[in-house]
Design a protein around this ligand. Structure first.
Ligand SMILES: C[S@@+](CC[C@H](N)C(=O)[O-])C[C@H]1O[C@@H](n2cnc3c(N)ncnc32)[C@H](O)[C@@H]1O
Length: 206
């Protein structure tokens, strides 16, 4: 079971260090330039979150919520900006991404931020979890890449905080995967659209 933890709307008034704001702006420009390229196939599933809001929410979580550890995982990291900003908040952050081109851009992001972080090319869905989807056409489902966890040497239940940006209609599936494989006490932060960040804690099984 998951317990929903309300994130106060005032979270968007939290201070963001100037260097973090600048780094986010630089990455937003890089992402815009990447998406404006007309001479290569678009990666349709890559859409970027509101990174300032994610930073503010994560900072609030670390200040107000109990966390069971420091391991942070970004599901489908794209340019890995959230992995970078989680690292800047002293989390041991790892991003998983199926698209090798995005992994290359993500590594550049981590180099720019220079706060650590690690990226793994592969599938963020643990083996067998696709069966939890009630729709086989969900964007997270059906990637050819093998689950990244073996390569990583960690399982989903080794992470204290998981972050994801589900497509509309995919949020229930991400919640179900987290509920099935995360450790009790772990947190799931989901960016579900502008001003719609959701936080859940995995409850112990009865
Ligand atoms: C909506 S974008 C979010 C990017 C970034 N996390 C953010 O918040 O800005 C979703 C990303 O997840 C990747 N993705 C989707 N399903 C995946 C899967 N099963 N395994 C690994 N990556 C996946 C896509 O390639 C895309 O880059």
């Amino acid at each position: 079971m998951l317990t929903k933890i309300p994130i106060p709307s005032a979270v968007d008034a939290r201070e963001i260090p100037p260097w973090v704001r600048e780094a986010i702006q630089r990455d937003e420009h890089r992402i815009e330039a990447f998406q404006d390229q007309w001479d290569r196939p678009q990666i349709e599933q890559f859409v970027a979150a509101d990174f300032c809001h994610v930073y503010q929410s994560l900072d609030w979580i670390l200040e107000t919520q109990l966390t069971i550890g420091k391991r942070f995982l970004e599901w489908g990291c794209g340019f890995a900006v959230v992995t970078a900003l989680a690292s800047s908040l002293q989390l041991d952050a790892i991003g998983i991404e199926a698209e090798s081109e995005l992994i290359r851009h993500g590594r550049e992001t981590l180099r720019h931020w220079d706060r650590g972080g690690e990226l793994i090319e592969g599938n963020f869905l643990p083996a067998g979890s696709e069966s939890l989807a009630d729709d086989p056409w969900l964007p997270s489902v059906g990637h050819a890449a093998a689950p990244a966890y073996e390569k990583l040497g960690l399982d989903l239940d080794d992470f204290a905080i998981v972050y994801s940006y589900p497509w509309p209609g995919e949020d229930d599936f991400h919640e179900a995967v987290f509920e099935a494989s995360a450790v009790p006490g772990a947190l799931l932060l989901m960016f579900c659209g502008p001003n719609d960040l959701r936080l859940y804690r995995r409850r112990p099984n009865r």
